[in-house]
Design a protein around this ligand. Structure first.
Ligand SMILES: [Zn+2]
Ligand SMILES: [Zn+2]
Length: 375
């Protein structure tokens, strides 16, 4: 669905510019009245990419501060606006990340742009807080094959990090990962390995050697070794990544069954998309890779099953669970058979409950909050 649009009354005299290309604007969104476009195409692109999620949130942020006689009232208003700007930045950043993991690079661009604008509204036009948005814009452009703007954003990000001695390891880790991606695309594999080694160093310092953040760097490194034809290293890196995800998701599923997952531990949409993309691409072995061992395929399919069960899609969980069971049957005394059967049972219970419209399963407390019906 697209928002309705209205021609602006006096486009020539107005200094409104398009949300996406900053050319003069001729139409506006008639749901918020604070967002302008050069034409229908950019309005539609923005709506699909991010605007539908933030349209109403933009109204207070982009409306001039009203006149307050009391200083306290004015301060309170400004605090509220700041909170909304931060929310806007978080939402647009998360949406851009999610679309990047889904390889929808064109759609990630408007979200990444909005995250940069929101960061600038909050922190000014320089500062390390802008770096995550620069990196999203760089990555979207890398995905679209626009290497020149990607390099420009990366230069700004790098320059900002260099000038910030106390810059966090999280930001440094993201910067090197993005640099690694750029050099992979440019075919400069040695330079890519240098940046990915740095990425892994900062990630393991911050999150630990066996964290899911760190293994994102190993996954990209495997891509480089694949291009160099070093399949032994590719296999060992894939095994490392597969094991990390499997043990992480197994722990998370246990906590989910006990209903003890904390908000920090639960996945957001971007992390969900990243995990799905990474696990699937390892499960569907790329051409030229040696045939995968069935125990690793079982672990990958089991991980995907757990991922989808946690994301409240029992049908997909069942599909991957069945695939995992088939692989596990090829391995003598496979230690995964029992947990896989448990996953299948949970997925079937969830699916039955969803079909019958049951409110909640007693042993499985937080799985059905969206489909609850009062009895
Ligand atoms: Zn435009
Ligand atoms: Zn709008």
């Amino acid at each position: 669905m697209s928002a309705k649009i209205n021609p602006l009354a006096n486009p020539k005299g107005a200094n409104k510019v398009c949300e996406l290309c900053e050319e003069p604007a001729y139409i506006q969104c008639t749901k918020c009245f604070v967002t302008f476009y050069c034409g229908r195409e950019h309005q539609d692109d923005d709506w699909i990419a991010i605007h539908q999620k933030v349209c109403q949130l933009l109204i207070p942020v982009r409306t001039p501060v009203p006149y307050y006689t009391l200083e306290a009232e004015r301060e309170q208003h400004c605090t509220q606006i700041l909170e909304r700007q931060k929310l806007l930045m978080e939402i647009s950043q998360m949406v851009a990340e999610k679309k990047l993991f889904e390889k929808r690079h064109k759609e990630s661009l408007p979200a990444a742009l909005l995250s940069l604008r929101s960061a600038m509204d909050i922190y000014g036009t320089s500062g390390v807080q802008l770096v995550p948005a620069y990196l999203l814009l760089a990555e979207a452009n890398i995905g679209l094959g626009n290497l020149s703007p990607a390099e420009q954003y990366l230069t700004w990000a790098d320059w900002t990090v260099v000038r910030t001695p106390d810059c966090s390891r999280t930001v440094r880790n993201k910067l090197h990962r993005c640099m690694g991606r750029l050099f992979i695309v440019k075919g400069n594999l040695e330079e890519a390995l240098f940046h990915l080694a740095n990425d892994i160093y900062y990630a393991s310092e911050e999150y630990g050697q066996d964290s899911i953040v760190t293994c994102g760097g190993y996954f990209l490194m495997a891509d480089v070794f694949f291009k160099q034809g070093k399949m032994d290293i590719v296999n060992s890196l894939y095994t490392e990544v597969a094991n990390t995800w499997h043990s992480h998701l197994s722990k998370l599923l246990e906590k989910h069954i006990e209903n003890t997952i904390t908000p920090e531990e639960s996945f957001d949409e971007a992390q969900q998309a990243e995990a799905d993309q990474m696990l699937r691409s390892m499960l569907d072995v790329p051409d030229g890779c040696p045939e995968q061992q069935p125990d690793q395929s079982a672990a990958l399919a089991h991980s995907l099953g757990m991922l989808w069960l946690l994301d409240k899609d029992p049908a997909k969980a069942l599909e991957f669970g069945k695939r995992a069971l088939l692989y596990s049957q090829l391995v003598p005394d496979c230690s995964l058979t029992e947990p896989i059967q448990r996953l299948l049972q949970l997925a079937e219970e969830d699916l039955n409950a969803a079909n019958k419209g049951w409110p909640e399963l007693p042993h499985y407390p937080s799985a059905h909050t969206e489909n609850q019906k009062s009895t």
